[in-house]
Design a protein around this ligand. Structure first.
Ligand SMILES: C[S@@+](CC[C@H](N)C(=O)[O-])C[C@H]1O[C@@H](n2cnc3c(N)ncnc32)[C@H](O)[C@@H]1O
Length: 205
């Protein structure tokens, strides 16, 4: 199949972004510039889009699993892993959040630049899944928060991007209820929203 694409650069790396896929934006770069991965870690990149965060993680991680509900994103991410020489470290799966994962599959680090915008209508194209968070902007985030903890190792970290338009404080309090220490590690402010990068660490018991 012939794909139409743009090319996006991050440092010296280049990524193809197929037309049906989210183009890396300020929220992507907020997470990218705060991404710390230690040698040998297992990383889950949820909603991988063009795969930029999965590729960056794969330079240090021993294994990355990249998941997206958009089949076009999964094809695009695989192509970018190949272009950037990390294809052998990343598996790609198309599916909804944790559905495609085995029950006991757990990670040192989970990344999610989530769809967080409040929108009235259901997504009508694959591209719209990138930002569509349902009426209150929390449809995907709340499903994610229900299940992430079982896939995080004790001491494991979560990096989650979210907007003030969809309740950052509510997310912080849910993370703490789930047994995590949570903090906002970086923000981008505009006149209508703050985009926050939340870091949560699963407390070891
Ligand atoms: C804001 S984009 C982020 C893409 C990429 N990680 C980045 O930072 O540029 C959100 C991504 O999540 C995916 N997505 C939305 N809902 C999803 C779900 N329920 N399960 C898996 N992926 C989902 C979208 O298709 C989209 O690729």
């Amino acid at each position: 199949m012939t794909e139409h694409f743009r090319e996006v650069f991050y440092g010296e790396l280049s990524f193809l972004v197929f037309n049906c896929v989210y183009e890396p934006a300020e929220d992507t770069f907020l997470l990218a510039r705060n991404l710390v991965v230690y040698g040998g870690e297992r990383v889950l990149d949820l909603g991988t889009g063009c795969g930029i965060l999965a590729v960056l993680a794969a330079f240090k991680a021993s294994y990355v699993l990249a998941v997206d509900i958009n089949p076009c994103a999964v094809r695009c991410a695989r192509e970018n892993a190949r272009r950037n020489g990390v294809l052998e470290k990343i598996d790609f799966i198309c599916g909804n959040l944790f559905d495609p994962l085995r029950t006991h599959s757990s990670f040192d680090l989970i990344l999610f630049n989530a769809p967080y915008l409040p929108v009235e209508e259901e997504p009508k194209s694959w591209a719209e899944y990138a930002w569509s968070g349902g009426r209150d902007g929390r449809r995907v985030i709340d499903s994610f928060l229900e299940r992430f903890i079982e896939h995080l190792k004790p001491g494991g970290r979560l990096l989650l991007v979210q907007s003030s338009l969809s309740g950052i404080e509510r997310t912080m309090s849910t993370l703490m209820d789930k047994g995590c220490k949570a903090e906002i590690v970086d923000t981008i402010k505009s006149f209508f929203e703050t985009i926050a990068l939340i870091k949560a660490v699963k407390v070891q018991r």
